[in-house]
Design a protein around this ligand. Sequence first.
Ligand SMILES: *[C@@H]1O[C@H](CO)[C@@H](O)[C@H](O)[C@H]1NC(C)=O
Ligand SMILES: *[C@@H]1O[C@H](CO)[C@@H](O)[C@H](O)[C@H]1NC(C)=O
Ligand SMILES: *[C@@H]1O[C@H](CO)[C@@H](O)[C@H](O)[C@H]1NC(C)=O
Ligand SMILES: *[C@@H]1O[C@H](CO)[C@@H](O)[C@H](O)[C@H]1NC(C)=O
Ligand SMILES: *[C@@H]1O[C@H](CO)[C@@H](O)[C@H](O)[C@H]1NC(C)=O
Ligand SMILES: *[C@@H]1O[C@H](CO)[C@@H](O)[C@H](O)[C@H]1NC(C)=O
Ligand SMILES: *[C@@H]1O[C@H](CO)[C@@H](O)[C@H](O)[C@H]1NC(C)=O
Length: 708
Amino acid sequence: MKSLTLLSLAIPAFLSLISPAAAGRHHGIDRKKVVSKYNPERTADSDETPMQVGNGDFAFGADITGLQTTRPFAIMSSWGWHNVSLPNVPGQTEIDDFTGLDWWTHGRLVNYNQPSPAQPNISQWLISNPHRLNLGRIGFLYKGKNVSDDDLADKQQKLDLYSGVISSRFTLSSRRVEVTTAVDPNSDTVSVEVKSYFIQSGDLTVFFDYPYAIGDSKFEAPFVGIWDQESKHKTELVKHRGGNSAQIKHELDATTYYTTINWQGRGGISRQSHCSHRYILEPGRGQTLKFTTTFSTSHKAETHSVDVIRRASGKWWRDYWQRGGFIDMTAVKDERAAEIQRRVILSQYLVAVNGAGRDPPQESGLVNNGWYGKFHMEMYLWHHLHWTRWDKVDLLERSVNVYERFLPASIVRAEDQGYKGARWGKMSDPAGRSAPGEINSLLIWQQPHILYFAEEEYRRDPSDKTLKRWDHLLEQTAEFMTSYAFWNESTNVYDLGPPMYPASENTNPNATINPTFELAYWRFGLDIAMKWRSRQDLPVPENWKHVAENLALLPVTNDLYDLYEGIPDMWKPNTTTIMDHPALTAAYGLLPPTPGLNTTIMKSTAELIWEIWNFPDCWGWDFPMLSMNALRLGDRERAVDMLLHDNFQFDDVGMPIGGLRVPTPYFPASGSLLISVALMASGWDGDEGMKFPRAWNNVRVEGFRPAM
Ligand SMILES: *[C@@H]1O[C@H](CO)[C@@H](O)[C@H](O)[C@H]1NC(C)=O
Ligand SMILES: *[C@@H]1O[C@H](CO)[C@@H](O)[C@H](O)[C@H]1NC(C)=O
Ligand SMILES: *[C@@H]1O[C@H](CO)[C@@H](O)[C@H](O)[C@H]1NC(C)=O
Ligand SMILES: *[C@@H]1O[C@H](CO)[C@@H](O)[C@H](O)[C@H]1NC(C)=O
Ligand SMILES: *[C@@H]1O[C@H](CO)[C@@H](O)[C@H](O)[C@H]1NC(C)=O
Ligand SMILES: *[C@@H]1O[C@H](CO)[C@@H](O)[C@H](O)[C@H]1NC(C)=O
Ligand SMILES: *[C@@H]1O[C@H](CO)[C@@H](O)[C@H](O)[C@H]1NC(C)=O
């Protein structure tokens, strides 16, 4: 009987192993139909979010005109970054002048990368530099003048998700203008086609404009860049090749990049005036204007025509939707399913546009800037785990070498603090420098992420190649995790912290010891590191084993898990300890159960959280995290409701709303949504299969493997 059950469970798991394309044919979800059902449409501009096209490393934010005519939404990239000059305050003129702060750590002074009150200028410089650039703005002028909302009528805009093309139509002075906008999947090029009588009449022209950047605010939303500092930067029309191509060079201090503009037919480009950075493209007199704009660090940019880009975009997106996992809930009557489906489809689109580049994405992707455009290593899991769960691993591959790239700096970071191995940084720029910060330097939950990614890969491809590829990285990671854990001679366990910040970042770091989630995550990670060794027939280091098996127990008071060991009055109504991320639920949800986890206690803890936690103070990934926790606890209804919580919202184009705590968009919400829905689609080891509410018996899924 038992083996029969096992066998029947094994069948769906086996089916999901066959190639996604084959799986698609086998089950036959009409993916195009499902995707297209959620094409966003607008009839008015949003003041907060653009409609976007992009390729993961480069994105163009369009207003209702298909360009950036009425609103300066951003054009951003992985590579466009800028430094202001170093401070000229004596003793703070070099990066090496920065000293950080020494804090007592288990009886010794450890240096942390924290802003020093004695060095405010170099500290702040390191936080806000480099910052990510808005590369420019492209928009229409009518009769040489700016176009405003009031000039436009009959506005209609639609994003075709299946081909990555925005179609915008509006009337201007009673005449129709039609614009299509796309981005090349193979270069950082925006391609535009405009149809209008006004092209022929010469009344509609296109401007290109360039902002400066100073990195003076942590969040630059909804718009990025400084438009009134013309004298701080330089632009120049460096090439005007024949009739229909031009190149503009933009220099901001040490940063230089190029815009290569190609258009079809006659026409010409000129600078509006020598004191502005606006250039005007006056098209030749046809019915149609087609032009491409390529942004690059080299003046030798490869460019393609509008038609080639449209085809490439169509092919790339078709392939994107057709491969990997897919969920079709369109036949479910429950209206909650329709909204989850909408969010899932739009999130799938937006994470490919904003979060599939050569570096981990920033939380606001390529829409606007948060934390100066930098990315957070602890958010990388939320941003990228879904690629493995949805079987689109090539998009994770684009950036996962970040661990290889950041390894040397991470070994130095650990060594300087007297630890072994590699201590992964936090708020980072592409060079791997972690920005100074009290929280930045004391957060630890980013450390095991790499073990999660590696194990996911091994489950997909249990080969020697996989083992070899990750081994040295996992070794350095486990070495740090082992040496960071502190052997407490009075309790005979290994402690995590103090000082440290838990994921919720809201406790006194000098009092924070043994937080529930981090302890479970340490155990989860070290167990993987040890298995990695055994799989290669290599000896498991004794100290890894000793630490893993002797970590402090998950802290419990009155049969409830604590945020951290010894926290006073955690559950007192209205205290800060029941605000912010309820990360202890990640110990059973995001993570599979680790040895010692008591699901009875976890259930009581979750029930109390549902009852008294201050949810208006939660945001983003909190809700998918709670959803996964509810799902593993067997409460499917609650798992769905958590994904539709009042404080977890997505706008009309699918941008995840920041809420009270962070600006919009906040993409960890999209990534975590996809992770949690994948868990519903696949189940997990030991309890495989779909876990949607039982009444949703006509959900169809393809291409998922069970989670850990
Ligand atoms: C900014 O300065 C840092 C430190 O010198 C350097 O590593 C980085 O490459 C610079 N970035 C840019 C975009 O100039
Ligand atoms: C933590 O302790 C260090 C000394 O080791 C002290 O400088 C720091 O201000 C303390 N931080 C807090 C938040 O109490
Ligand atoms: C250095 O930082 C201090 C504190 O933020 C600030 O008051 C001062 O103006 C800064 N000096 C310069 C030259 O930027
Ligand atoms: C047109 O818009 C630009 C950018 O917003 C602005 O700098 C300029 O002053 C405007 N021109 C007129 C005539 O309003
Ligand atoms: C050992 O653990 C106890 C209980 O958590 C704690 O109070 C004590 O400070 C720890 N000892 C050291 C040396 O950290
Ligand atoms: C929680 O505390 C805030 C002030 O910190 C107060 O305004 C609010 O009314 C309190 N809410 C409850 C439910 O006690
Ligand atoms: C889990 O915790 C409950 C409540 O404290 C306890 O009754 C039960 O024995 C524990 N289960 C295990 C397996 O330890």
